[in-house]
Write a protein that binds this ligand. Structure first.
Ligand code: LMR
Length: 394
């Protein structure tokens, strides 16, 4: 049977990361996969995480299974982080721990199709390369809504609404809560309100992908699209990740939260989430979730973590501005301000596939073929070389 199996093409993101690793150029620059890097180019372990790990090392007594939906304290802490203290006390949230955001999205896809009878999911064009694959493999039909303006670097909200006008009652819509991946282009607060109304009027199910809480404006501000929607009485599924905001990439830790309108529905959703998980990965791994739970439930550790996260966010904003200033000096007459308006780790640079290839072949600079660059991969050592190379391919 194996003889007739075709080779699958390399992953659009991790495939390039592999190419980067094999590049022998000492001055190579990696702006592909979405991991934060500090000023020295390392992906650090946060201090708050190290401290929590020490506590866990000293105090944990067993490696026995967690409940199917994870530790109850983790679930409460995650719902509170997403919804805020006030709303999490009122909202009917069914939360489970998942191994990262990807699995959370896959569980959401399974739930949507198998339990909720959803047939179609709408996602932005462009979106994270893995989104259509995850939901496609969960058995949903993928439709796209337009997202960007003519320049390809800003939002066209009228186009978003126009595309969604052909959605049908009961369709799901995948929404990037903050720091849209791959573009860094987000909706404004008013646009979120308007979109929420459209979703409710048309009986569409929002699936919020929330992988970057704390990378946009702050932990509370970044959650506002979800909180606004939930506060106004809508059902929703939220898929969150702690890969980025805790730097827990390889620990694989995240969550899925369904918001219901009655206690009965919330209990039923919790039971369905559990039965979905049981057949996919049985129950979540312990360590990453225990770190997050320890940090979120200890006032000192939480303060340390929030300060560290603020540092990460501010550093990325500063890198954006340094990049824009340097590019403006190198390519006068071309406007790079859109990079300052985009948020989070990623920017849609406006570079074409050919230009991305030229960067890789001629300069050992790795960006995605879509033109997405990971701003967090820039630093004082590589900024000059990077900007000069980009200027040379433009
Ligand atoms: C990315 O978009 O680069 C990250 O979310 C990592 C991944 O899994 O693709």
């Amino acid at each position: 049977m194996f003889e007739s199996v075709p080779v699958n093409p390399p992953d659009a993101i991790f495939g390039l990361n592999e190419l980067f690793k094999n590049d022998s150029n000492a001055n190579k620059i990696n702006l592909t996969v979405g991991v934060y890097k500090d000023a020295s180019g390392q992906t650090p372990i946060m201090k708050s995480v190290k401290l929590a790990e020490q506590i866990l090392l000293d105090n944990s007594t067993t490696k026995s299974y967690l409940p199917i939906d994870g530790s109850p304290a983790y679930r409460t802490a995650v719902a509170e982080l997403i919804l805020g203290k006030d709303l999490s006390g009122k909202a009917l949230a069914s939360t489970a721990q998942t191994p990262g955001g990807t699995v959370s999205l896959r569980v959401a896809g399974e739930l949507a199709r198998r339990v909720l009878g959803v047939k179609t999911i709408w996602m932005s064009n462009p979106t994270w390369a893995n989104h259509p694959k995850i939901f496609g493999q969960a058995g949903l039909e993928i439709k796209q809504y337009d997202y960007l303006d003519e320049s390809g670097t800003g939002l066209d909200f009228e186009k978003v609404k126009a595309s969604l006008s052909s959605s049908q009652k009961g369709d799901a819509v995948l929404l990037h809560t903050v720091c849209h991946n791959p573009t860094g282009v987000d909706l404004s607060s008013d646009q979120w309100t308007e979109l929420g109304e459209i979703m409710k009027t048309k009986s569409l199910l929002p699936i919020f992908d929330f992988a970057y809480q704390g990378f946009g404006e702050g932990l509370e501000e970044d959650a506002s699209p979800i909180r606004k929607f939930v506060a106004s009485g809508g059902e929703a599924i939220i898929c969150n990740s702690f890969s980025k905001n805790f730097g827990l990439y390889g620990e694989r830790v995240g969550g899925i939260t369904a918001i219901s309108q009655t206690a009965e529905a919330a209990a039923a959703m919790q039971s369905q989430i559990k039965s979905t998980i049981r057949t996919m990965y049985s129950n979540p791994p312990i360590h990453g979730g225990a770190i997050v739970q320890t940090v979120l439930t200890d006032a000192d550790l939480r303060n340390t973590w929030e300060d560290e996260l603020t540092g990460v966010r501010e550093r990325i904003v500063a890198l954006r501005s340094q990049f824009v200033d340097k590019m403006a000096a190198l390519v006068p007459g071309r406007d790079f301000e859109y990079i300052n308006r985009q948020r989070g780790m990623f920017s849609y640079s406006g570079l074409s596939k050919d230009q991305a290839e030229a960067l890789r072949n001629d300069h050992s600079i790795y960006i995605l073929g879509s033109g997405r660059i990971n701003i967090a991969g820039m630093n004082a050592d590589n900024m000059d070389g990077l900007c000069k190379a980009i200027a040379s391919v433009l």
